[in-house]
Write a protein that binds this ligand. Structure first.
Ligand code: ADP
Length: 271
């Protein structure tokens, strides 16, 4: 385990996400070692929207899994403030591409799930759930079951469920990847609205470069496997942003840079 930086005890860095010299090896069934992530260090300022892009198979999902505490790095540490991540916790909420709602629970019960597990009193639970149902446009659907909902509506529930637990960090793995472009755009706007309102740190994986630029304060471009950090881009485009900006010179300049960085990486894109 690494030595903890004394600066991390400052109040302002209490929940700061730091990925320090992380390496991840998987062992395949035939006993071969695959290096998925090779010495990545990333320091995400509090409340920033950080996006990870990179060729498929470069370790983006694995990195989110490590931050979520669902796997342990082979080397290095994931730190939240001055605490080393050693497993999953309510301080990190996850939203995946595949719909991960509990099919036997209603929308309301899905959003309430984590609060119930943490024994939050019923009245408080109801207030919190109502608030997030309203914010995500789900109030009219609170009694529906997931199978009655469209993909976009299911992702609204997943976002509301993650936010209801008031995590410090939202981990999002291509959450809009399966949606049609119009729904995707609606969801991007919704996410930006709730992020601005609730001041969370977001770590968001996408392979859609427009989406990365629309959403991100900072974009981490990874190399092909083994995934390393190729470049960290601070997006210079002011907020509020919208997809109407895709033809703006600043937007195009960032996009060009990312495409150039990725161009030499796709040769290993065998997945
Ligand atoms: P990405 O999200 O960028 O597409 P992943 O994190 O899913 O990449 O995977 C990174 C690399 O690790 C890939 O080459 C993948 O095949 C490999 N990998 C992922 N999970 C496992 C596993 N459980 N066992 C062996 N190799 C794995």
């Amino acid at each position: 385990m690494s030595v903890v930086n004394a600066a991390a005890t400052d109040a302002g860095t209490r929940s700061r996400l730091r990925i320090k010299d992380v390496r991840l090896e998987y062992q395949t069934r035939t006993g071969k070692n695959v290096v998925a992530i090779d010495r990545i260090s990333i320091d995400v300022p509090d409340n920033e929207f950080a996006v990870i892009v990179g060729p498929s198979g470069c370790g983006k999902s694995s990195l989110l899994y490590l931050v979520a505490g669902l796997a342990d790095p082979t080397e290095g540490d994931i730190l939240l403030g001055n605490t080393v991540v050693q497993g999953p916790g309510a301080d990190r909420g996850m939203v995946f591409q595949s719909y991960t709602l509990f099919p036997w629970l209603t929308v309301r019960e899905n959003v309430e799930f984590g609060l119930k597990r943490r024994n939050v009193p019923a009245k408080e639970r109801e207030d919190i759930v109502n608030r997030y149902l309203n914010e995500t446009g789900l109030a009219a659907f609170h009694d529906a079951y997931p199978k009655q909902l469209s993909g976009g509506m299911m992702q609204r529930v997943a976002i509301a469920r993650a936010l209801a637990n008031d995590p410090k960090i939202l981990l999002m793995d291509e959450p809009f990847g399966a949606l049609d472009s119009q729904t995707r755009n609606t969801m991007q706007k919704l996410l930006l609205r709730v992020w601005e309102q609730h001041q969370k740190t977001v770590l968001f994986v996408t392979h859609d470069i427009d989406e990365a630029i629309l959403l991100g304060d900072r974009i981490y471009v990874m190399t092909a496997r083994p995934g390393r950090l190729k470049e960290e881009i601070v997006v210079p485009i002011p907020r509020p942003r919208s997809m109407d900006m895709v033809m703006d010179p600043e937007f195009i300049a960032v996009k060009r840079r990312i495409l150039e960085l990725l161009k030499n990486e796709i040769k290993d894109d065998e997945h």
